[in-house]
Design a protein around this ligand. Structure first.
Ligand code: AMP
Length: 282
């Protein structure tokens, strides 16, 4: 595994692979790797000649009151996992090289960035869209791998790639869960044992809603009420940011449950914010 910290060197290395006719898969991450991240790396390994994993805790996607400072970091453990999966390149830039003094160019994927999480994390998707654009320009990957866990992020990135003519295929991989259904997330490390137990309410609320819809509940308002009821029963959930049924393309709340729908939830357990979602064919 090659370790590269400098964008220019990363660009040259990737270009050489492409010139030799090799396909490149890129897996962008913020590190503290878990099985969710590893599933993306495995998929890229299976589908490409060269796999590049990036680890960069991107400051521009964190709000001023968010957890940038305490975001879990474990470069040594991460490198070991990436090496074990036989990925080819670890791209590990730092803040100064990604955002040098004078940096002023940002990508804003309008409308969809303001829905769901965007309402509670203003500027978050602008930071995501900007750093993903930079990575796509640095690597020029054949394919770029993201998780369904961050559903809105996948919608924003698909839009961005289409709108700005990036020549990469966006591959969205299924959410990997703990044995009790909790979606794996680097932020789960913030939870104390009681909160960790309570956090399963997100998955339970999605499961209850999907079962109700499949059993014939066709009023979005009723589904929403049910999702809120499941979450409200859990005293360690301190805030429900959203829990509802949406159009998976526009991320708008819907007034009729028909075709493919998105069940999505964001809730807080103390200072920890968790999200989860499920796609459902009705
Ligand atoms: P992050 O390090 O949180 O920015 O995540 C990096 C990538 O891994 C993103 O595309 C996430 O959607 C994806 N990811 C995070 N958690 C999971 C999970 N539980 N299952 C599948 N993919 C995930």
């Amino acid at each position: 595994m090659e370790l590269i910290r400098i964008p220019r060197i990363m660009q040259d290395t990737c270009r050489k692979h492409l010139q030799k006719g090799r396909s490149i898969g890129v897996v962008p991450t913020m590190g503290a790797l878990h099985e969710g991240h590893l599933s993306l790396i495995k998929r890229s390994r299976a589908e490409n000649d060269v796999t590049a994993v990036s680890i960069f805790v991107n400051p521009t996607q964190f709000g001023p009151a968010e957890d940038l400072g305490r975001y879990p970091r474990d470069i040594e453990g991460d490198s070991k996992k990436i090496r074990e999966l036989e990925a080819d390149i670890l791209f590990l830039p730092d803040d100064r090289i990604m955002y040098p003094p004078g940096f002023t160019t940002f990508i804003d994927v309008e409308k969809i960035s303001g829905k769901l999480c965007g309402e509670f994390r203003p500027g978050h998707f602008k930071g995501v869209a900007t750093v993903v654009s930079k990575l796509l320009n640095i690597v020029r990957p054949t394919r770029a791998y993201f998780g369904q866990k961050d559903f809105q992020q996948s919608v924003v990135i698909r839009r961005l790639v289409k709108d700005l003519n990036f020549d990469a295929e966006v591959v969205i991989c299924p959410t990997i869960r703990e044995h009790d259904g909790l979606a794996m997330s680097s932020r789960n490390a913030y939870l104390n044992p009681e909160q960790r137990h309570a956090a399963t309410a997100l998955f339970r609320c999605l499961t209850a809603a999907s079962q109700a819809i499949l059993a014939g509940m066709h009023y979005p308002a009723a589904v929403r009420e049910m999702m809120h009821a499941v979450l409200s029963r859990e005293p360690l959930i301190t805030a429900i940011e959203y829990a509802d049924v949406y159009d998976p393309e526009t991320l708008e709340a819907i007034d009729e449950i028909k075709g493919e729908v998105l069940l999505a939830v964001a809730a807080r357990l103390g200072s920890t914010r968790l999200i989860d979602n499920m796609l459902l064919n009705t």
